[in-house]
Design a protein around this ligand. Structure first.
Ligand code: NAD
Length: 506
């Protein structure tokens, strides 16, 4: 049997490196200092971006603040906002290929995946457009004969949007259209690793007719750009997706101004496999869950908890499927799993694996660099690790690589205890043909999303987010939209004059 399925390098005419600039008050702004992004699979420069500093960040926040205060967007009707969001959705679909290629070049993810992420993002924009027209508050007509109470919703104000490198265009689309639908103005800072698709989004926003200054973009690093966007007094809210460590820094930094903070952070997401499960389907979903985006995924199903009676058979199924997954050149349309985002991250993944082996774990598959003819050395083998104990770092921490950890259980109580024995609580899953088992699990699992007999299905309508150190607040769905709104109560006297508090002299 072959060890792995590898797609070697294909011939490809690279576009010239993308030149990224900041977008401030509707103008593209270059900077003297720039930074390069080198493709993880090819080792070649694929973009050159303006490097933001304190001054340019200040200008972007000022533009967002002033634009918000003019009311050009914050007081526009839902119909006007929705019309622009729908145009953006159409433009995304018309530009899928260009954006997807750049996303693949910068992130190392397979082109087929980039295409579906970029194309799929249009649906988030369309859903957000529907919310722009249907948001409402409530009225209270039972407060007494001469009183009427109305609760209205206002845009929260200026929002900083800080995004990671693993799903740059998709995560931007989980935040930006919802903030815009609410009437907010924004400053976006994409990851320095994958800045270009956010700039391309800026181009589409201009083409769609979004007024200048509503969406501003600053390219650059966490320090100083991200940090300034989290502390600035004129920013009313920060919505951040990234690591738990940086999420904590943002919470600290934002505390001086008590701005609202929404965080989507890491996970160590378990799937429980029961003996009565459809094991073919479960094994396929586990294989997908761990290797999708090379495991560089907040929702990666990086640990499975398998009933001991089926553990050996189940691991054999996953190993057999893992050998068939097509790793290799991200530009090959047939490839399913691409490159690791940076060489430092590749080393970090390998350290987790080697430490686990040194501590007594067993490699059922992989555990080493993957050689792909004609490409860089930033590939890692599909890796399955057994004989893992719950206290090992590899069972508790986010590895963010193509590495599956196998734990076993005897009773459902034991399985649920293992699921919940984590600092994280992003998502969890169960595989069983018994609806009672699934429902009990869904009630007891500490996670923002519970999947039963599936993994990583999501919809714009369904809120997404984590509990414990996986984050705070929710994204997408009506709950995610509400995060960008403030609630204001209007208390109105009708008709009669108010009974006087001060007695008259007479
Ligand atoms: P990261 O935390 O290193 O960086 C995320 C963003 O924060 C980048 O734009 C970065 O420049 C910026 N940043 C860095 N330091 C900052 C600071 N001090 N202040 C403000 N901003 C700062 O994360 P990453 O490596 O880009 O992404 C991987 C992480 O993201 C993983 O932990 C993953 O689980 C998490 N993630 C979570 C979700 C989710 O929805 N829960 C989704 C995707 C990724």
């Amino acid at each position: 049997m072959k060890d792995f399925t590898i797609n070697t390098a294909i011939e490809y005419d690279l576009p010239t490196p993308f030149q990224g600039r900041h977008l401030i008050a509707g103008e593209w702004v270059a900077s003297a200092e720039t930074f390069d992004r080198v493709s993880p699979s090819l080792g070649k420069v694929v973009s050159v971006s303006a490097k933001g500093d304190e001054a340019v960040t200040e200008r972007a926040v000022t533009a967002a603040r002033q634009t918000f205060d003019t009311g050009v967007w914050s007081r526009a009707s839902g119909k006007e906002r929705a019309t622009i969001l729908l145009k953006v959705a159409d433009l995304i679909e018309a530009n899928v290929e260009r954006i997807a290629v750049q996303e693949t070049l910068e992130s190392g993810k397979p082109i087929s995946q980039s295409r579906s992420e970029v194309g799929g993002a249009a649906d988030l924009w369309r859903y957000a457009a529907s919310l722009a027209r249907t948001t409402s508050g409530d009225s209270h007509n039972t407060l007494g004969e001469d009183m009427l109470g109305v609760v209205v919703k206002d845009p929260i104000g200026v929002v900083s949007i800080i995004t990671p490198w693993n799903f740059p265009f998709w995560i931007l689309s989980q935040k930006l259209p919802f903030a815009l639908a609410a009437g907010c103005t924004v400053v976006v800072k994409p990851s320095e690793v994958t800045p270009s698709s956010t700039v391309m989004m800026g181009e589409l926003l201009i083409e769609a007719g979004l007024p200048a200054g509503v969406c501003n973009i600053v390219l650059g690093h966490g320090q100083p750009v991200g940090s300034r966007l989290s502390t600035h007094k004129d920013v009313d809210m920060v919505t951040f997706t990234g690591s738990t460590a940086v999420g904590k820094l943002i919470t600290q930094g934002s505390s001086h101004t008590l701005k609202k903070v929404a965080l989507e952070l890491g996970g160590k997401n378990p799937q429980v496999i029961c003996p009565d499960a459809d094991l073919d389907s479960a094994a396929d979903a586990v294989t997908f869950g761990v290797y999708f985006n090379v495991g560089q995924c907040c929702n990666s199903s990086s640990r499975i908890i398998v009933h001991e009676s089926i553990a050996k058979d189940f691991v054999a199924r996953v190993v057999a499927l893992s050998r068939k997954v097509k790793f290799g050149d991200p530009l090959d349309p047939e490839t399913q799993v691409g490159a690791i985002v940076t060489s430092e991250h590749n080393v970090k993944i390998d350290c987790y694996v080697q430490d686990a082996v040194a501590d007594g774990a067993t490699l059922a598959l992989g555990g080493d660099a993957l050689a792909v003819t004609g490409l860089s050395d930033q590939f890692y083998q599909p890796t399955v690790i057994t004989d893992v104990t719950p206290d090992m770092a590899i069972a508790r921490e986010e590895v963010f690589g193509p590495v599956l950890v196998v734990l076993t259980y005897k009773t459902m109580d034991e399985a649920i205890a293992l699921v919940n024995d984590s600092d994280y609580g992003l998502s969890a899953g169960i595989w069983s043909e018994n609806v009672h088992t699934c429902l009990e699990f869904a009630r007891r699992a500490e996670a923002g999303t519970v999947w039963t007999n599936t993994w990583m299905d999501g919809f714009p309508e369904l809120a997404f987010g984590g509990v414990k150190q996986s984050g705070q607040g929710r994204e997408i769905g009506s709950y995610g939209f509400e995060e960008f709104l403030e609630v204001k109560s209007l208390v109105m006297r009708i008709g009669r004059s108010r009974p006087p508090w001060v007695q008259s002299d007479a």
